[in-house]
Design a protein around this ligand. Structure first.
Ligand code: BTN
Length: 341
């Protein structure tokens, strides 16, 4: 029996036939682009470009047109995302991609893919415009009004000996920071261990890693890296019953520049794929050290039932934050059992 209410039933974004190369040129353009330039870039007549621009508009893209300067993509419509992300994944074409207008949580949808596809679910990607039960670490809620955030989950299968939630959280956080920093300025993004990304002290993104053993036979553990990034959010649009969020949250638009959510998603995925394929923690760790506000700071933390005051020395991607107490002892603090006070 399906116990989910209709509002919670995943609603896929409708599929379309669009030209992803044209969408890519518009997404990546720094300013308006003329039809003639696009025709040259796509190596096709201007008449065809115009038809394909119309197809993008039909698929929900908002494209502004100026008689002299040309076309500017204002919003990449959600129905184009799946086609575009599949095009970005060429020539490998090796990942399941699902884009939803609305679902409970992309973490749940990704888990269903693992349960039904087994090993073929490796790298699977689930994106949603709206989540009715988006969740964060430590049982918190993740709230993002529709159309304001990039919210996705990416599956990764890991050998049991390499499995570390802390390592995958590091990969997620570094991938997001690398992707959004160009729009915010060098050094503007800080990674607050373990899973928050801050700009000017306010949260712009959070990472949630969940793991489980698939029921289908596989030697590996499935991990789901969930990422939420506030992109176009105006904090005044947050639910009125959560006034405390307004002072603690920001978005890429509010802190930096206007950028389309689809481009942010593409960039984060590219960095995440690269870091995962590398199989070496060195570069992510180096980047983290350059973007961690806690390094050398004295912290009070709650760990395994004790309150500890200590200075942050470094991060061990497997064992957690490395801190030094007043008596010189080095302690490892895994994220799962540690809360910064
Ligand atoms: C946190 O800040 O504690 C982590 C937030 C993680 C939110 C993302 S949004 C996509 C994915 N689906 C969820 O339900 N949560 C993660």
């Amino acid at each position: 029996m399906n116990t989910r209410s209709p509002a919670h039933r995943p609603r896929p974004a409708h599929a379309t036939q669009i030209n992803p190369i044209l969408l890519d040129r518009l997404l990546c353009a720094d300013g308006p682009v003329t039809i003639e330039t696009l025709a040259l870039q796509l190596d096709c007549p201007a008449r065809i470009v115009l038809e394909e621009v119309d197809a993008l508009r039909t698929a929900g893209c908002r494209i502004d047109s100026h008689p002299q300067h040309g076309l500017t993509l204002a919003v990449a419509g959600l129905p184009t995302w799946a086609d575009y992300l599949r095009w970005c994944n060429r020539p490998r074409n090796d990942r399941v991609i699902e884009v939803y207008a609305k679902t409970t949580s992309t973490q749940d949808a990704a888990r269903r893919i693992v349960m039904s596809c087994g090993d073929a679910a490796d790298k699977a990607l689930v994106v949603a415009d709206e989540q009715t039960s988006g969740r964060g670490r430590l049982g918190r809620r993740w709230i993002a009004p529709p159309g304001t955030a990039v919210t996705f989950s990416r599956v990764v299968f890991v050998e049991p000996v390499r499995l570390s939630v802390d390592r995958l959280t590091l990969v997620g956080a570094v991938a997001v920071a690398k992707a959004i920093e160009p729009w915010l300025g060098p050094g503007a993004v800080q990674i607050k261990w373990p899973n928050d990304l801050l700009v000017a002290g306010k949260k712009v993104s959070g990472i949630l890693v969940e793991t489980f053993t698939p029921s289908v036979p596989t030697r590996r553990i499935a991990a789901i890296i969930g990422v939420g990034i506030n992109v176009t959010l105006d904090v005044n649009d947050l639910p009125p019953d959560m006034p405390e969020l307004r002072d603690r949250v920001t978005s890429v638009h509010q802190a930096g520049r206007r950028v389309d959510r689809l481009l942010v998603l593409r960039q984060v995925l590219a960095h995440m794929d690269e870091l995962i394929d590398l199989g070496d923690d060195g570069p992510a760790l180096e980047y983290w050290r350059g973007h961690c506000p806690l390094l050398s700071q004295r912290l009070r933390v709650r760990h395994a039932g004790r309150t500890i005051t200590a200075s942050v020395v470094d991060l061990d991607p497997t064992a957690g934050l490395i801190v030094q107490t007043g008596d010189g002892a080095l302690i490892h603090l895994p994220a799962a059992t540690t809360t910064i006070l």
